[in-house]
Design a protein around this ligand. Structure first.
Ligand SMILES: [Zn+2]
Length: 482
């Protein structure tokens, strides 16, 4: 039994409460400072991170965990099945699958559709390789007009399901681009082509596993960028036709909103399936940043965004998780989970419940003080974001998704979240003041909780973040005074 049955009525709750890993090592309790993104590892610490995430999610009422990288990352072999032959990996993955079920959470099969996973296949079998928009061989995508390409995808799906009876599939076709040849996006346009690819994949899955929840993430179907309204350009009426056709064949269209949503408020009701988002604001953690080198709580914003998206008609949410050893990540995830079960609840009440659950405070004053600490940091950091800095640099909406460091890198990540466009000199100074207050408050809270080491980890995260901030301010010539 999943936690679905514990949910409240649809009128105040999300029907599909999904945690998004994103990649398995993004949840890892310790960093991998030298690993390129995404790291293909699946070791005991990967498993530990997944277990911790499942524990947090189960306590907060999530139903599904969607995590890429269980068996492969970029390079499934042409025979497909040999990617699943590593006994040690299979043993670990099996432990995770069982742990999820034991906690009432279903693991999602995240599936790149013609991109993500096919790098080796298009090298070894160039006939299935797609073309980019200049007519050159595509670096990542297979061509949707090649039957043999569909054969690879279907074999991959079959092999996944042979290993585990997945309750849900996440389809994603364009994150690394798509084929633009004259039979694919070159003819249909990117939205109609990607809708067509996902529809065919969904039909294949539904024909064989009719009860499986199928959702589609349209990342990169259309460019991010502001329209005349000053907001993200949404799908045109013609593009919406293709999306509506797709919506007949899937359960959920997950318009995540990395830099604004693709479907406008009116378009939500046109879909034949449910509509979902990623809750308006989320940190992307990667695997290289030290897990206790930052503390970025956004529980109030998460709860407010989820309530707003629910009001607009969203009934699914793909909420980003992360390394749960980080106390802010854990709080963000917990509050979002609670909010999805009843969007009418006040964010402060949800945060109070999460603190009671996670920290077991000895006194109400201690709980209030900790809530105030998180609130002050949330406001000091996210309150200092300025839409003008984001739109001026990139003509895009305020993230959505913000990456703590660069995605592609092979050395410990710099703390780009302390730099422009996120924070300017004024914001850094305000954050310094907030960190000073938080460090003092955390010191005073010593002994106030039965928290499994959470306050200690919180203090370390504050300390290292303060140190990183000091380094940035020194390098920028902003460190004068105290
Ligand atoms: Zn093509």
């Amino acid at each position: 039994m999943t936690n679905a049955r514990a949910a409240g009525p649809d009128a105040a709750s999300f029907r599909y409460r999904i945690g998004f890993g994103t990649w398995v090592n993004d949840m890892r309790p310790e960093p991998l400072p030298l690993d390129q993104w995404p790291s293909p590892r699946f070791d005991d610490l990967t498993v530990e991170g997944l277990f911790r995430t499942l524990d947090t999610m189960a306590a907060a009422g999530y139903q599904y965990l969607d995590a890429f990288g269980l068996w492969g990352t970029n390079d499934y072999p042409p025979d497909i099945v040999s990617a699943f032959a590593d006994r040690e990996r299979n043993r670990r993955v099996e432990r995770v699958l069982q742990a999820a079920r034991a906690r009432g959470i279903e693991m999602v099969l995240p599936l790149g559709v013609f991109t993500w996973g096919y790098g080796r296949i298009i090298r070894d079998d160039p006939a299935v390789r797609g073309l980019d928009d200049r007519g050159q061989p595509h670096p990542h995508a297979m061509c949707g007009a090649r039957d043999r390409a569909w054969g690879y995808l279907e074999r991959l799906i079959d092999t996944f399901f042979a290993r585990h009876d997945f309750a849900a599939v996440h389809l994603e076709s364009a994150d690394l681009g798509y084929c633009a040849c004259p039979e694919c996006a070159g003819r249909d346009g990117s939205v109609a082509y990607n809708a067509r690819l996902n529809q065919r994949a969904a039909q294949y899955i539904k024909s064989r596993w009719p009860a499986c929840l199928v959702y589609v993430c349209p990342i990169n179907w259309a460019p991010w960028g502001l329209g005349a309204s000053g907001q993200q350009r949404t799908f045109t009426a013609e593009q919406m036709q293709a999306v509506r056709a797709l919506s007949q064949h899937i359960d959920l269209f997950m318009d995540q909103g990395h830099r604004g949503r693709f479907i406008d408020d009116c378009g939500i009701a046109e879909l034949a399936c449910a509509y979902g988002t990623s809750g308006g604001l989320w940190a992307y953690h990667g695997c290289r940043m030290d897990r206790l080198s930052y503390l970025l709580p956004y529980p109030t914003r998460a709860a407010r965004h989820l309530a707003e998206h629910h009001r607009l008609g969203a009934r699914g949410a793909l909420v980003y998780q992360g390394p749960m050893v980080n106390p802010a990540v854990e709080l963000n995830s917990t509050v979002a989970g609670l909010a999805m079960q009843d969007v009418r609840r006040d964010p402060a009440e949800l945060i109070g419940e999460a603190i009671d659950q996670l920290y077991r405070p000895v006194t109400q004053a201690a709980a209030d003080s900790l809530a105030a600490l998180f609130a002050s940091l949330e406001e000091a950091y996210f309150g200092a974001w300025d839409a003008g800095r984001f739109t001026a640099g990139q003509a895009m909406e305020v993230p959505g998704e913000f990456c703590l460091g660069p995605l592609f890198n092979t050395f410990a990540d710099p703390p780009v979240f302390l730099l422009e466009p996120y924070l300017d000199a004024f914001g850094r100074q305000a954050l310094k003041t907030a960190l000073r207050g938080a460090l003092a408050a955390a010191e005073d809270l010593h002994g106030a909780f039965d928290d499994g080491g959470r306050l200690r980890r919180l203090r370390r995260a504050l300390q290292v973040m303060a140190q990183l901030l000091s380094a940035v301010m020194l390098a920028r010539g902003e460190a004068g005074g105290s």
